[in-house]
Design a binder for this molecule. Sequence first.
Ligand SMILES: Cc1cc2nc3c(=O)[nH]c(=O)nc-3n(C[C@H](O)[C@H](O)[C@H](O)COP(=O)(O)OP(=O)(O)OC[C@H]3O[C@@H](n4cnc5c(N)ncnc54)[C@H](O)[C@@H]3O)c2cc1C
Length: 416
Amino acid sequence: MALSPGHGCDPAAPSLAVIGAGVAGCALAARMRRLGWQGPISLWESGRGPGGRASTRRSRHDDLVRLDHGAPLLSISGSPQPTLLAPLLDGGWVEPWSGALAQLDGEGRLIAGGTDPLTQGDLYRGRGGMDQLCRGLLELGGTGLELHSQCLVCDLAPTAHGGWELLDQQQQRLDVADWLVLSGTLLVHPRCQTLLGWPEPPLQPLARTLRDPQLERAAAAIAAIDSSPRCALLVLIQASAAEAWRRLPFRLLSFEAAAERRWGLSRLSIQPLEDGRCAVVAHSSAAVARLHADVIGSRSSVAQLPGVSPSPQREQTLIDTLASALSAVMEPWIAPLVLEGADPQLMRWGAAFPEGFGLASELMLCPQSRIGFCGDFISGPGFGRIEGALRSGEELAEQLLAAMGPASVPAQGQPA
Ligand SMILES: Cc1cc2nc3c(=O)[nH]c(=O)nc-3n(C[C@H](O)[C@H](O)[C@H](O)COP(=O)(O)OP(=O)(O)OC[C@H]3O[C@@H](n4cnc5c(N)ncnc54)[C@H](O)[C@@H]3O)c2cc1C
């Protein structure tokens, strides 16, 4: 999928390639434009469309089906608010969320509200699906943004003029740009070795040979970031059975640590659809996801990547395990739980949440090598959440423009 080919921008301005069209990559592009940057921006995304971990699974055959299988919500707890939030709300891309929140303890008791760190602060969701957040950001980016979906960037090479080449699996050039931003960690982190069988994260040898101390420190720090995985069971409850789900005293149920251990689930998100059906997404605990580390949902976009081979049998076993956990949890409200016709599917998030401290914001930009990093793995307010991804994209845009120099933005640059 290519979005808005790069006309309407200033071909004389330096070009920027962004790897990843999740919240951070899209926020970076939007903020650059709103600060007046007119150079060409290309975004390279391995998934089917923008969104990353804040995306929505849709059906080619049924327009009304949508399941937010990663983040179901966006919470803003820091102040001031991210700059892009107001235009996203004004444009109708996101909306405030006030559904019922609850937490489940290890005895099966329901506590209204709760202390889930993912639901503290002001809550919002994408209007019509979480992927609308990234679509809105791309829209705010205006003309001259090129989005290339279903394109995995497998390698990088510095150019003779100090820029970057992006390469595919066959080492064919996908793009060449003056500046490069990585909004995901795949090309820097050793998990690409286990996930894709690559011999080494491609940026690591380059960081050693480019003799840029800032880049060496950033690459080492990113490689050391641990992350915790999740699996998600996705079910679509038909309208005839959905009323019971709509009547539940919660729309989002978080599991306390003891409840996670007991049921192997961490969250349950109830997502009523417009036509009476109801999407239900059950996220596993990190422990269950680790136990099934090599099981990948065959309908997820990661399963299409070269080097990844899903096992339908193991996938079915994990679907059955998560479905029985869901059935046990729902017993007080819906029993027996019948998932016939609910088309259970599996999604694996190998790196759902970064852990520890993340990448220090002083290391986000390496001006000597013309490379920058943004994403929820940058330390600071909102770390590990959409808020952090948004803020990091905004922050990097400002740092990049300062590094590119005043010539990169005309005097009448559009305000944020
Ligand atoms: C199950 C789950 C529940 C969550 N719940 C919440 C919540 O309630 N609230 C909240 O605020 N946050 C939540 N989060 C976290 C939130 O989703 C993330 O913090 C946020 O979406 C991260 O955005 P990002 O842009 O930093 O990274 P990503 O969304 O990971 O975006 C990076 C993108 O880069 C692409 N990419 C990477 N490498 C390459 C490459 N080499 N070539 C091409 N493309 C590449 C990836 O495909 C991806 O789309 C949840 C996450 C998960 C998984």
